[in-house]
Design a protein around this ligand. Structure first.
Ligand SMILES: [Zn+2]
Ligand SMILES: [Zn+2]
Length: 299
């Protein structure tokens, strides 16, 4: 109830008595329900992991992208992180196979990721609030191209964000899952958030898998899961297993994003510039573009 009130208060911050939007509430129920359904048997697990991305893609394409600022993806992130942490601390740790120092590393990474994500959002909000006074974005004055959307002269590396309704310096993209713009002001924090969360998700997944499945020793104290055939005998073990698979997949996607950003930094360009280059050369990625848009980028 406290969480619910906090969520409601947070969402009604700007609108006074405004009702909490339906799209922001869906993940609060959907994520735990999907986890329990997936924990029934192997077929359910496979089906849920195949259907859920398709369902989110369908929701996004047909409904969510028409809402200018939806909290759906941000709430999905919050619910997923909380659920995976709860499952780990309340179901995996009591099985007494996790060393205290392993748990500590996991908690440090999760807290680190949360702090960096929070800082990323705070910096993005500051840019929007400071609006036209920030970083040389003067109303109609100065050098640089005039932005047709917010009627300001923006420095060469600034791009307009439709969602934030302002020009963002060194804009990468609007990250749906954190619900904020990634630009030069918060890119470092965003990258730190990606790194911490990638480690937390993959490490947490490995710790869970090696606890609920029969592990084998890779090198020294490094274990890998071997035989996971009997995880569906008990529902709480099955939920741990499903949560671990989910963590692993999310961790791998985040790792790809982290490597992609390192590559962009090496190339000396932002992903916004890269997309514009692609548009100029009329290169149409089709499906690939839609999928990458779903995961993070929003023009
Ligand atoms: Zn603009
Ligand atoms: Zn934005």
């Amino acid at each position: 109830m406290i969480l619910w009130d906090r969520v409601r208060n947070h969402c009604t911050w700007n609108g006074g008595a405004k009702q909490i939007s339906v799209d922001a509430v869906i993940p609060l129920f959907a994520v735990p329900v999907l986890a329990v359904i997936a924990a029934q048997n192997l077929l359910c697990t496979v089906l849920i992991f195949v259907i859920t991305p398709l369902l989110i893609y369908y929701l996004h394409n047909n409904f969510l992208r028409f809402l200018l600022r939806t909290k759906f993806f941000f709430m999905w992130t919050i619910t997923s992180v909380l659920m995976m942490m709860l499952v780990f601390e309340c179901s995996v740790v009591p099985l007494l196979e996790i060393l205290p120092e392993e748990n500590l590393v996991f908690i440090v990474c999760v807290v680190g990721a949360m702090c960096c994500g929070y800082k990323t959002r705070i910096l993005a909000d500051q840019i929007i609030q400071e609006g036209n006074h920030v970083q040389g974005l003067e109303l109609g004055e100065g050098s640089g191209e005039l932005c047709p959307n917010c009627r300001r002269r923006a420095p060469p590396k600034a791009f307009h964000c439709r969602v934030c309704q302002t020009c963002i310096l060194g804009r990468e993209y609007h990250c749906k899952w954190l619900d904020c713009c990634i630009g030069s002001s918060n890119l470092r924090w965003y990258l730190a958030c990606l790194l911490f969360s990638a480690i937390a998700f993959i490490y947490g997944s490995n710790l869970t898998m090696t606890t609920v499945c029969h592990p084998f020793i890779l090198i020294g104290t490094v274990l890998l899961p071997d035989d996971c055939s009997d995880v569906y005998h008990e529902i709480d073990i099955a939920v741990c297993f499903v949560s671990a698979v989910y963590s692993l997949l999310v961790g791998l996607v985040i790792t790809c994003y982290f490597i992609y950003h390192l590559w962009l930094i090496y190339q000396g360009m932002t992903s916004n510039e890269r997309r514009n280059l692609g548009r100029e050369s009329h290169c149409d990625d089709g499906m690939l573009k839609s999928v990458s848009r779903l995961f993070c980028c929003k023009t």
